[in-house]
Design a binder for this molecule. Structure first.
Ligand SMILES: Cc1cc2nc3c(=O)[nH]c(=O)nc-3n(C[C@H](O)[C@H](O)[C@H](O)COP(=O)(O)O)c2cc1C
Length: 393
């Protein structure tokens, strides 16, 4: 382990410790963009509570000296079934974030699902993380998929292993913190945002090093210039994929393909019927639809619907290795974490991505030892109690 990480593990054992430090190191508008949600922001705590309510029955008397947290996802063995979730405009929360995620993911052998709205190109990310890059796709100008398909083709040429089309942003949403802060698209450093930036000196120094971030993947479609690109994103990016567009994308993409942001088991069924290989059960971390169920609470329905026909992953609310164990005990094959990784960068700088990834691997091993399983594949055999589980009947 990198010797710099040892004291960090002791000082910041939980994501809440990172959150406290991130709060003063980055400007308020950036912190609020990261930690905020839609509407009354009930979705985020609901995600956490739902996961925390899942109990896993430990088995004792098993030799657990050789716990192995590694896991197979889409034909590659990763150090643990924990990926970095796509975070749009990540560079505004920590300048240089996309590179830091890519380098950490490659070094740790964890999947990195880099986003359409990341602040480095898919080509740069795939070069930094050739073994572990996955690509998240948003529709660009949904009325004509030429640009969207071009971006998918670029991801394929760059060598992304998995393509994930995001479904759960069908319409705009309302995030009150961003409205109050005057944080929107195109992003402009107004006097009030500048004042927030001035006190967050670690962030300001990082901006001085990296420059104001831009939506690097979008530049070829919008034309150059930060404002032009941001205006293009504000106007043309977003809107969910419909099933017809997904079918065309499936025909085009030759490797493993996922849909991200599935809640209803019938939507998961539809994806499988199109030949899609995996679904991420997710409510976008509570950022889109405040009334959505917690992803953990619908996970068993989706797992039951797709069975062995697709790889089910979960995100929204995962902050520790024990959450990974909980999700896997409910039938997920892996998880993604968004805010946990981003907070770690904001709190600790570039090394934060390694801190968080390493913590997940280590904590999953501990949780496996505590519950009496030595291989990730055996976690689903553990008995669970899940009081919040959804039923549709
Ligand atoms: C600041 C921020 C930006 C995000 N941007 C994207 C995005 O561009 N594309 C996407 O599919 N999901 C995006 N997400 C959702 C994450 O990929 C993931 O689903 C979510 O963060 C999981 O919840 P968690 O933060 O509780 O781990 C974003 C999340 C955050 C916090």
């Amino acid at each position: 382990m990198d010797p710099r990480l040892v004291p960090l593990r002791r000082r910041f054992p939980m994501v809440a410790d990172l959150e406290r430090r991130a709060r003063w190191r980055i400007p308020r508008f950036a912190f609020d963009f990261l930690q905020g949600g839609a509407g009354d922001e009930t979705g985020m705590p609901r995600n956490r509570r739902a996961l925390q309510a899942v109990e896993v029955m430990p088995r004792y008397g098993v030799k657990v000296s050789d716990v192995d947290p590694s896991a197979d996802l889409f034909g590659h063995r990763y150090a643990a079934p924990v990926g970095i979730a796509p975070i749009g405009f990540d560079g505004i929360m920590w300048p240089g974030a996309t590179r830091a995620f890519a380098e950490a993911a490659q070094a740790l052998n964890l999947p990195y699902m880099v986003g359409t709205l990341a602040t480095e190109t898919i080509e740069t990310v795939a070069a930094l993380a050739p073994d572990v890059t996955w690509f998240q796709l948003y529709p660009l100008a949904a009325e004509d998929h030429r640009m969207t398909f071009d971006l998918a083709d670029r991801a394929e040429r760059a060598g992304a292993r998995v393509l994930a089309a995001t479904l759960d942003v069908p319409a705009r949403t309302k995030r009150p913190r961003d409205m109050r802060n005057g944080f929107g698209m195109p992003f402009r450093l107004t006097a009030s945002l500048l004042a927030q930036a001035a006190v967050a000196w670690p962030w300001s120094l990082a901006i001085a090093r990296h420059g104001i971030p831009t939506f690097a993947n979008i530049v070829p479609y919008s034309g150059p210039g930060r404002d032009v690109t941001a205006a293009f994103v504000g106007k043309h990016v977003g809107g969910g994929f419909d099933w017809e567009a997904l079918a065309r994308l499936r025909d085009r993409w030759p490797r493993a393909m996922m849909v991200k942001g599935v809640m209803h088991p019938e939507d998961a069924e539809k994806a499988v019927a199109l030949g899609i290989d995996g679904v991420v059960v997710s409510n976008h971390g509570g950022r889109q639809f405040d009334a959505a169920p917690a992803s953990a609470d619908v996970l068993p329905l989706v797992v039951a619907a797709v069975g062995d026909r697709a790889t089910v992953m979960l995100d929204s609310g995962v902050t520790a290795g024990v959450d990974v164990l909980r999700a896997l005990a409910l039938g997920a094959r892996g998880v993604l974490a968004g805010r946990a990784f981003m907070l770690s960068l904001a709190a600790l700088g570039d090394i934060g991505a390694r801190h968080m990834g390493g913590a997940f691997i280590e904590e999953l091993s501990l949780a496996m030892g505590q519950s009496g399983v030595t291989r990730v594949e055996d976690i689903p055999t553990l008995a669970t109690r899940h009081p919040g589980a959804w039923s549709l009947s």
